[in-house]
Design a protein around this ligand. Structure first.
Ligand code: M6R
Length: 609
């Protein structure tokens, strides 16, 4: 949670900071602030609410100065307010922070006993006071920050600016993301790459336990113990446009339409169609290990968990290995039993989700082999995993995940084929069929997207909906859950996803003429049974929106609304059927006028429990 950005160079920094924060607003938007050094002193401006509030204050009273730092906040300690907004300042030291200082209460008590008064309820302000105190006995800001860091416990990405040392920033990282930008006569830092791309494509990923000093002359990295670190920058190939809206009204819509490309990029270079196989590179598990595993456990939260539910089907079907999908937030406190014969797969868009990270670490400690499926390069989860299959969906800015979900499905299906081939449970012919079906998915998503106007008409009909049910069987069940989650996240309507076979065990009591029911029922092996559920809903006057395979003759006779996806093999259906449901949620939310890219109370990266 929270976004950090910092700039030091020869340009005016305030505008650069605000532009950078705009790219990070998905990380939190309860308040925003900047601190700029004008060569003589620090100037700090903060505003509650979205970044635009800060931007308009800065427009009326611009700040001058070529060194600065900025922050967009997702509140953890202290309510959203101007006092709790970052940067926090203590005696000429300004600090922005992403993460949680776990021992803040004891540190606060200790500082208070020395006569220090606090102006906020945040854990971050304590860090500013600790650095200010340490500066009295330190030659460099970097050393003072190091002294302060030795006293704190918890997760942090920090950027610090001191009145006494203009022209430099000090940053540090432990378990929260921080990327450094290497520019020409300028240096930058940010919580995520898109905030840097306007200025540089050369980035350095700071590691846990490292600090860095940023100036116009370059970047110096040291460990917490004081050892100097040399690390070459990595070149990022995304264009800045890939992180922009590209003419769409919202990032979410752009990302829904970006799915064919996201799937293609995630497949690229990884398929061996001739042998019906997936190339071993990056899979994080070799043939011997693939044969030894007795159980697969897929761990994730939210949308990524829904991808895991589909992954479970594929692992069982193709690799014939017992598999289960688990909510990471539940696993971590359940004293689960993991061991060396388990393959644990942590799935995450951000790669920073606290629960997923903690659950996978506990599995690893118990001896399980842990691999990850992650979108954000070099984030915490891949760093902690034995291997990672990156989804190449590109930056996802909309808080509601769409293209990363489909890319996760692709990765999990590839992994299932890979395991099946190595375990001898999937022949080359069958493997080829699955992979060929995957290759055809991007075009089929493109075709599905062409029916957006039809989805819009359905959305118009249900724009005032208060409750909606989503039903699906087999591989349609994760899609039903995901359709419901998308609708609640962005339209704030109450939505429930159910396994269609469960309907008679309770939810059928809800069905009446006011209850729209989206039924995921492509022509797969479960079609006949789901069709019966559809009839049961209609018999009780429920209004059915059926997601079907093109040309389905039965559903058209019964359902009020039919949204088609191209005919495709069962195994890839989840990659197609989710698309109309993403669009349906999007259009309902847009017609309602909600804040689609930044829905209330949510954040893109959930680095706290
Ligand atoms: O970054 P992750 O995939 O680990 O995030 C997990 C969830 O927080 C995330 O999927 C969340 O449910 C999204 N808002 C869904 O749209």
């Amino acid at each position: 949670m929270c976004g950090i950005v910092g700039y030091v160079g020869s340009q005016e920094s305030a505008g650069i900071l605000v532009d950078g924060l705009r790219k990070l607003e998905y990380r939190g938007y309860d308040s925003a602030g900047v601190a700029v050094h004008d060569g003589k002193q620090l100037q700090v401006v903060r505003a509650v609410g979205k970044l635009k509030n800060l931007a308009s204050v800065l427009q009326e009273s611009p700040l001058k100065g070529t060194t600065g730092l900025g922050h967009t906040r997702w509140a953890t300690h202290g309510r959203p307010s101007e006092e709790n907004a970052h940067p926090h300042v203590a005696g000429g030291v300004a600090v922005v922070h992403n993460g949680i200082i776990e021992n803040h209460l004891e540190l606060k008590a200790e500082l208070a006993s020395g006569g220090i008064e606090f102006s906020s309820d945040t854990d971050t302000e304590i860090v500013a006071h600790l650095i200010h105190r340490a500066l009295k006995d330190s030659e460099r800001l970097l050393d003072a920050v190091r002294v302060a860091l030795r006293q704190i416990r918890g997760a942090y990405a920090l950027a610090v600016l001191s009145e006494s040392e203009p022209g430099q920033l000090v940053v540090a990282r432990n378990a929260s993301p921080l990327v450094l930008g290497v520019g020409d006569g300028e240096s930058l830092c940010a919580s995520d790459i898109p905030a840097l791309l306007e200025h540089t494509r050369d980035v350095i990923f700071l590691e846990d336990g490292e600090l860095a000093q940023l100036s116009a002359d370059g970047i110096k990295i040291e460990t917490l113990e004081g050892e100097s670190v040399t690390r070459e920058p990595k070149r990022i190939n995304w264009s800045p446009m890939q992180a922009e809206k590209g003419g769409f009204k919202h990032f979410m819509l752009k990302e829904i339409f970006d799915q064919p490309r996201a799937v293609e990029d995630t497949l690229r270079g990884r398929l061996d169609l001739e042998n019906g196989d997936v190339v071993p590179r990056e899979m994080g598990i070799d043939e011997a290990a693939a044969k030894q595993i007795k159980r697969v456990c897929l761990l994730a939260c939210g949308t990524s968990y829904h991808a895991c539910l589909a992954g479970r089907y594929w692992m069982e079907q193709l690799a014939r290995v017992p598999a289960h999908a688990e909510l990471a937030s539940e696993v971590r406190y359940r004293e689960p039993v993991f061991g060396p014969e388990d393959l644990v797969i942590a799935v995450s868009q951000s790669g920073e989700t606290a629960d997923t990270l903690a659950a996978m670490k506990s599995a690893k400690e118990a001896g399980a082999r842990v691999i990850s499926v992650v979108n954000v390069l070099e984030s915490a989860i891949p760093r902690a995993a034995d291997g990672t299959l990156y989804t190449h969906a590109g930056p996802e800015i909309g808080v509601a995940s769409t293209k990363c979900y489909t890319a996760q499905l692709v990765a999990l299906l590839m992994l299932s084929v890979y395991l099946g081939r190595r375990r001898g449970t999937l022949s080359a012919d069958k493997g080829r069929d699955v992979l060929q079906a995957l290759v055809e998915v991007p075009e089929k998503i493109r075709i599905t997207l062409e029916s957006k106007d039809k989805v819009f008409e359905v959305a118009r009909r249900y724009q005032h909906v208060q409750h909606m049910l989503f039903l699906g069987r087999g591989l349609g069940f994760p899609t039903a859950l995901e359709g419901a989650l998308k609708l609640k996240e962005i339209s704030y309507a109450h939505a429930e996803g159910y396994a269609a076979g469960e309907m008679k065990h309770g939810p059928i009591a809800l069905i009446d003429e006011d209850m729209p029911v989206a039924v995921v029922m492509p022509r797969d092996s479960q079609y006949e049974k789901t069709l019966s559920n559809l009839q049961e809903v209609r018999a009780r006057d429920g209004q059915v929106i059926a997601i079907v395979s093109a040309g389905d003759p039965e559903s058209a006779k019964i359902a009020e609304h039919v949204l088609e996806v191209p005919v495709a093999p069962d195994v890839v259906q989840p990659l197609l059927t989710v698309v109309p449901l993403q669009l349906l949620a999007y259009y309902i939310a847009d017609l309602k006028g909600t804040d689609i890219d930044q829905p209330r109370n949510l954040a893109k990266t959930v680095t706290v429990e």
